[in-house]
Design a protein around this ligand. Structure first.
Ligand SMILES: [Zn+2]
Length: 271
């Protein structure tokens, strides 16, 4: 049955949901607002993947998603991109088995200073090792850069930003012997700062990136910037019904609202 909310949504074709996951584990984040949760329980992750499979979704890379969006038409229907930020090691135990079961693929964004030959810790969680990354790569998982040190890029000088982008890409290419063309912006994306976006876009291009994702909420569309594609955050608060609503476009308007509230805050209440 289609919920009344979904029936009221304008039908917007030609959009591809890019799901943003972080940790797949039984973590208690009850002290935080669900908006800030970064963990999805293994049981729920399996339910979400099962739902995608049962509804005939196929997973693809960012490169092919952008190609489909730019080509237009119905080829975008039933296409989804699955991404994971931060390279947490629990992906190996809980994420990969669920994806493999349905022949799904995903892109994982690595903060390279937290990746080693032995597990290193980022945000109180173990990250995957280079050996684990090479095995996943052979099984069809893609890897992109999430900078070296996971800084607030918005606060850095252009030279430091360039260093974060160039060094992380080089490291992943060296360790996996394959080309890296994608990037995920760490922390909240300053989407209303036009000059910063222009500067970052040119550094990304000069550093060899062709595709990128950020925390701006929504589904990617034909007009999206391929270096700053919108995503849909997913966590333990997303039962299958909520995931379905997000995939259908229930959150597409939030991206615009994010920009608006940021502008209002930046201008102050009297502006
Ligand atoms: Zn991150």
């Amino acid at each position: 049955m289609v919920s009344p909310l979904l029936r009221m949504l304008p039908r917007r074709r030609g959009r591809i949901p890019i799901l943003m996951y972080h940790s797949v584990a039984n973590e208690n984040e009850a002290a935080l607002q669900p908006y800030y949760w970064v963990a999805t329980t293994p049981a729920l992750f399996l339910q979400q993947m099962t739902w995608l499979h049962e509804h005939a979704y196929r997973t693809t890379s960012l490169a092919s998603a952008v190609g489909l969006l730019q080509a237009g038409g119905d080829a975008t229907e039933k296409t989804v991109v699955i991404t994971f930020d931060d390279g947490y090691r629990n992906f190996c135990q809980h994420g990969w088995p669920a994806l493999e079961r349905f022949g799904f693929t995903a892109t994982i964004f690595l903060p390279t200073a937290s990746i080693g030959d032995q597990p290193r810790v980022f945000n109180r969680r173990e990250c995957m090792t280079w050996d684990e990354i090479r095995v996943l790569k052979q099984r069809g998982i893609s890897f992109g850069s999430h900078t070296v040190t996971h800084p607030q890029l918005h606060r850095l000088e252009p030279d430091r930003i360039r260093e974060e982008l160039v060094r992380s890409r080089q490291m992943i290419e060296d360790k996996t012997s394959s080309e890296v063309d994608s990037f995920a912006y760490p922390y909240a994306f300053p989407q209303t700062d036009g000059p910063f976006k222009t500067m970052l876009r040119s550094i990304l291009e000069e550093s060899g990136y062709r595709f990128g994702v950020c925390t701006q909420i929504g589904r990617a569309g034909r007009a999206s910037d391929p270096l700053f594609l919108e995503r849909l955050p997913v966590n333990s608060a997303d039962d299958v019904a909520l995931l379905k609503a997000k995939m259908a476009g229930a959150y597409d308007w939030i991206g615009g609202l994010q920009s608006l509230t940021k502008r209002i805050r930046e201008r102050g209440p009297n502006a």
